[in-house]
Design a protein. Structure first.
Length: 394
């Protein structure tokens, strides 16, 4: 099968995670993504472990299905090459500090003059405008200043970063949506536009009910561990050999859990008889459930909960996720064959479409692997490419 974005050209000058994550999704969907890296050094992500034969597994995960070139954007000659590449691109993706691309003469207004159909996608910590737009951000800074860190962790511990770089990945996913929307609008208007994504904005956008708990009830949401502020019991509970998540999202499920625990009196207990009270008394409730669940193994818990139609799941460690039969069946663990690293298993494409393939077709590029191919494709002669290489522009 062909892929949904076959024929879309993406010029990706972003680095490390948030931009490359976005272009990874676009590449998985079939876009021709050309990743631009600094000559000699490459993307900083190439320095992040683990390593296989000297190649970064971190980099390989994020940059599969892309072509790679090197280009020094700090030099006028490199900037001229990028302008030539932008003439035939559908999308340009960047995550430099606000104003950097403009300083190089590569901002949206500059490139829109030579390609009015270009979708110019910028991811920054705080956006292209606003009092903090000049500030540089990393994942944890976005989590901290977006409010997420304040509600993540346990009450007796400090604010806690989410265990994956959600500040980066969340912004990358929102940018993917923005790019696709801009491409769709372009089909009707004929005009490209700039898509401005702030990492902080994207964290604020996923705060779920935390904002309205403050704006309506004047509450300042606090850390609840794995619990939920509005639904209970909806939490991780200890088993004799690990952990299980139990989710009671309505009264009927809560009542079935009480029967399962052989404690039907909890149904009418004034502390727990309605969901609002259970949420208010979450720590007392969790202690009761933990006292019951801790006597049983994960297998025993899941068996009895499933039998009584109480939603529950084991908390899988990463080794179990990698080898889970369902995840494997969904093609979510894919073996790539890298020319240097060899065979490496990476996460697959989660977007499954009935008329579009979800395959990982080739591994991440080695540094500058496709430079000659890409430049020749826009009409550069072998002599011109050789001159750029001699001048260390590529």
């Amino acid at each position: 099968m062909t892929k949904a974005l076959t024929g879309v050209r993406v010029l990706d000058v972003s680095r490390v995670l948030t931009g490359p994550y976005c272009s990874m999704v676009l590449a998985d969907l079939g876009a021709d993504v050309v990743k631009v890296e600094v000559p000699g050094r490459g993307d900083d992500a190439r320095l992040f472990g683990p390593f296989a034969n000297g190649e970064s597994g971190y980099f390989m995960t994020l940059n599969r299905n892309k072509r790679g070139i090197t280009l020094d954007l700090r030099k006028p000659e490199g900037q001229a090459v990028l302008r030539d590449l932008a003439k035939t691109a559908d999308v340009l993706l960047e995550n430099f500090a606000t104003g950097t691309m403009e300083e190089w003469g590569l901002g949206y207004n500059d490139l829109a003059l030579i390609n009015p159909r270009l979708v110019y996608a910028s991811i920054t910590g705080f956006g292209q405008f606003g009092p903090n737009s000049h500030r540089v951000a990393f994942d944890a800074i976005a989590q901290a200043m977006g409010g997420l860190m304040s509600i993540n962790g346990y009450p007796d511990g400090p604010p806690t970063r989410v265990g994956v770089s959600l500040g980066d990945i969340n912004a990358g996913n929102f940018m993917t949506t923005g790019i696709l929307a801009a491409l769709f609008q372009r089909e009707r208007s004929g005009q490209g536009q700039r898509v401005d994504i702030s990492m902080q904005d994207c964290i604020v956008a996923i705060l779920e009910n935390a904002v309205v708990r403050h704006t309506i009830d004047k509450e300042i949401p606090q850390r609840l561990g794995s619990g939920h502020a509005s639904v209970a019991p909806y939490n991780v509970f200890a088993a004799a050999d690990g952990y299980v998540f139990i989710a009671c999202a309505n009264e009927a499920t809560w009542q079935r859990l009480c029967v399962t625990m052989e404690q039907p009196e909890l149904i009418t207990d004034e502390r727990f008889d309605i969901n609002r009270k259970r949420a208010q008394n979450i720590f007392e409730l969790s202690a009761i459930i933990n006292a019951w669940s801790g006597r049983l193994t994960i297998e025993q818990l899941l068996g009895i909960l499933e039998k009584n139609s109480v939603p529950a799941a084991p908390v899988l460690t990463i080794d179990k996720v990698v080898n889970d039969p369902h995840i494997r069946a969904r093609n979510m663990m894919v073996e790539t064959d890298h020319p240097v690293a060899g065979k490496v298993v990476i996460p697959g494409n989660p977007i499954k479409m009935s008329a579009s393939a979800d395959s990982i077709d080739w591994p991440s590029p080695t540094l500058g692997q496709h430079t000659e191919e890409v430049l020749a494709g826009i009409g550069y002669s072998a002599q011109k490419i050789a001159a750029l290489r001699a001048a260390k522009i590529i």
